[in-house]
Design a protein around this ligand. Structure first.
Ligand code: BEZ
Length: 252
């Protein structure tokens, strides 16, 4: 399953992704001259934050469009189009960082394995991703909308992995990580503008709606707005029901 990313729309309407990630960079605490891998770097804003602390960053993303945009924005930084499930780094990095990307990766065991191998001994893995319960209302609204419109909702097109803390901790420990901290927390996330929900759906629901034509998609967007408005549109502001899984783990 491939996800087509629109780097422009991502930067214009979804810059909250990297804004929220800024305090994750504090948790990473990048040091001068450290080598840090940013997995799923998107359009590069947090890789740039890390580089401003004096670290040497490599930003990777499976989307060419994202990497081209990151490289244009930050020409002095190093980016590469790489899939974390197939990347092949060995004992190279003092830290691996990832914000809002891991939940897109279906081959989690391979990704965690590759991250573990990429780290030097005692290296740290600092990350945040969507966790259990993430966007449950939006997914519920998509499913209900499609049912009501008699359009096919297919489980196989669900593109995300939103684990519970205990489940992810076990996966990290299974490859050899020691988990320093892991926490699942609710982070209601404002979506920009009156069309915030619609823009979110246009950007992120491609996989789920892949069998629909443009008119059918429009019907689904409108139905989702109708279903979610009473709870998730307050004072002219759409809110998405994000739940974040945040953790720090080290390679022993
Ligand atoms: C997230 O960051 O939680 C997310 C973003 C887009 C689609 C699904 C989840």
């Amino acid at each position: 399953m491939t996800t087509k990313w629109n780097a422009n729309l991502y930067d214009q309407k979804h810059d909250f992704v990297s804004k929220f990630g800024e305090n994750l960079v504090d948790l990473l605490a990048p040091q001068k001259h450290e080598h840090i891998l940013d997995v799923g770097c998107g359009t590069g804003d947090l890789a740039n934050e890390i580089a401003l602390a004096g670290a040497v960053v490599l930003g990777i993303d499976a989307s060419n469009d994202m990497i081209n945009s990151a490289q244009q924005k930050f020409p002095t930084l190093t980016f590469d189009t790489q899939d974390a499930a197939t990347m092949d780094y060995s004992h190279q990095f003092d830290a691996v960082f990832s914000n809002a990307a891991l939940h897109w990766m279906k081959q989690q065991e391979k990704v965690i394995d590759n991250i573990y191998r990429a780290l030097k001994q005692h290296g740290r893995f600092v990350a945040e991703m969507g966790g259990q319960g993430n966007i449950a209302s939006i997914v519920g609204a998509l499913r209900q909308s499609m049912e009501e419109l008699q359009l096919p909702y297919e489980e196989q097109y669900f593109p995300w992995y939103f684990p519970a803390a205990e489940e992810y901790q076990s996966m990290l420990e299974n490859v050899g990580f020691t988990v320093q901290m892991i926490t699942l927390y609710e982070r209601p996330t404002p979506l920009q503008g009156d069309d915030g929900l619609r823009n979110w759906l246009v950007m992120f629901s491609n996989n789920i709606l892949q069998q629909l034509n443009d008119d059918e998609k429009e019907l689904v967007y409108a139905k989702c707005e109708e279903l979610l408005q009473p709870t998730y549109y307050q004072d002219k502001q759409w809110i998405a029901d994000y739940w974040r899984l945040r953790f720090v783990a080290t390679k022993c």
